[in-house]
Design a protein around this ligand. Structure first.
Ligand code: UD1
Length: 420
């Protein structure tokens, strides 16, 4: 397994371009299953999760054309199997996103039930209950979700118990081809939900209210093809900004969308960063100063994202003062804490709260990546630790960060990959 070796102590200074948003690209690729004509998706990040989604569509027998820029054209009507097998779903929970579109378009879907995952139990009950409210017959047997809608789905009003991003996306996609009106209440407001709705509307769907907690979808008979470019990745953006902040440096992030990061930028300013923004860039400058500890409480968008929690935990580890981090989305999302403690961090964990008191210096150590964002937190800590940090199991990082070592090197970091 590949490893990353980071020699800490370099103040980052430079510019870096962001990739397309993984969490938009995945639902948009799933949405191509709804169209009756070929659909082209552009600005896909080069990531393992994207490869997995493409593989999943390929395994269904769907014909795909991938160009040299990794733009993917999907022709859903070439589908031969309505099956998302365990072997792929177990490697990527977001595979569940094919359930709604496949069922709505073809009347049938067999999707392996995603298991638990490192950061929590992560059930999909809301996805299933929402589809049942639209008339689907669902059986869970032998580890698989078997869903049928032989006569198509119908519109429904459905109140989601919990705000769920992929749940909202699955139901929104299914509703585009359902008969009549669907009203999704307590919907996720994440920018990736809005991006998906924009893509669906480009395909001829009638989706209104995405970005608010009530989404109204008027079903249409069929969707046509389109070419769609996914938005920039706000979590990748936030991660590189924290890399600037933690090293007391200056980082300009280009090809991004500043208006999607309000909560993150506010916390970076609280930490002492000088932030300036343009239409598609954000610049962070610490002017050589040590960051100040910040208090964080994760919650659904537009509040502070759980996917940025580990990175801010790392930031607090070397900040001045004590910061409290409360994780409200996932029950087990502090696995980076014990690794950071091995690097000399002062972190007290109490349930869903981490109290982090900054230290002057972390010390490099061998550490283990446990999930995607936790590993980003460890890389960030490595950038400021004395000596070498070796991050193992970086396939987690490769699921969500395109060319992380090249991008950090361009900013002046000393980091390299050691192939296994
Ligand atoms: C998405 C993101 C992930 C991010 C998360 C929260 C993608 C591909 N992934 O994951 O990066 O960390 O949002 O912002 O977009 N829940 C239920 N029942 C359900 C569904 C969810 O109880 O049927 C719970 C989950 O266990 C969790 C909470 O709802 O506690 C939010 O999870 P959810 O928004 O669904 O996360 P994902 O969509 O899987």
């Amino acid at each position: 397994m590949d490893k990353l070796i980071i020699t800490g102590g370099r103040q980052l200074d430079g510019e870096v371009r962001m990739s397309g948003a993984k969490n938009s690209a995945l639902p948009v690729l799933a949405a191509t299953l709804l169209a009756s004509e070929p659909t082209k998706v552009c600005n896909l990040p080069h990531l393992q999760d994207i490869t997995t989604m493409i593989e999943l569509l390929g395994q269904m027998g769907i014909e795909l054309i991938i160009d040299d820029k990794l733009n993917v054209e999907v022709d859903a009507k070439t589908i031969k199997e309505f099956n998302a097998p365990y072997e792929l779903v177990k490697t990527m929970r977001a595979s569940i996103l094919v359930l709604g579109p496949m069922l709505a378009h073809f009347g049938e879907a067999h999707v392996s039930l995603p298991g638990g995952c490192a950061i929590g139990s992560r059930p999909v009950d809301i996805h299933l209950k929402g589809l049942e409210a639209m008339g689907a017959e669902i059986q869970v047997e032998g580890g698989y979700i078997h869903a049928f809608a032989r006569n198509g789905l119908h519109g429904a009003r459905y109140v989601m118990d919990t705000v769920t991003v992929t749940g909202t996306e699955n139901l929104m996609m299914a509703a585009t081809l359902a008969r009549g009106k669907t009203i999704l209440e307590n919907a996720a407001r994440e920018p990736e939900v809005v991006d998906l709705a924009n893509c669906l509307n480009r395909m001829g769907a009638d989706v209104q209210g995405a970005g608010t907690d009530t989404i109204i979808i008027n079903g249409v008979d069929k969707l046509h093809g389109c070419e769609y470019t996914v938005i920039p990745d706000r979590i990748e953006t936030g991660t590189y900004l924290v890399a600037g902040a933690i090293t007391r440096g200056r980082v300009k992030v280009k090809n991004t969308a500043p208006d999607l990061l309000d909560a993150v930028l506010l916390k970076l300013q609280d930490a002492g960063a000088h932030i300036s923004t343009g239409a598609d860039w954000i610049e962070l400058d610490m002017k050589g100063n040590r960051p100040r500890a910040v208090n964080i409480r994760t919650a659904p968008y537009p509040a502070f994202p759980t996917d940025m929690q580990a990175q801010f935990t790392a930031l607090n580890c070397v900040a001045e003062g004590t910061g409290t981090i409360i994780e409200t989305i996932f029950e087990n999302r502090f696995m980076h804490a014990s690794e950071l403690i091995r690097m000399g961090a002062h972190i007290a964990l109490e349930g869903n709260t981490a109290i982090v008191t900054g230290v002057e210096h972390l010390t490099g150590a061998p550490v283990m990546a446990t999930d995607l964002r936790a590993s980003a937190g460890l890389v960030l800590a490595g950038l400021v630790a004395n000596g070498d940090t070796r991050v193992d199991r970086i396939y987690h990082i490769d699921r969500g960060y395109e060319c992380i070592e090249e991008k950090l090197q361009m900013l002046g970091a000393q980091i390299h990959r050691v192939p296994s």
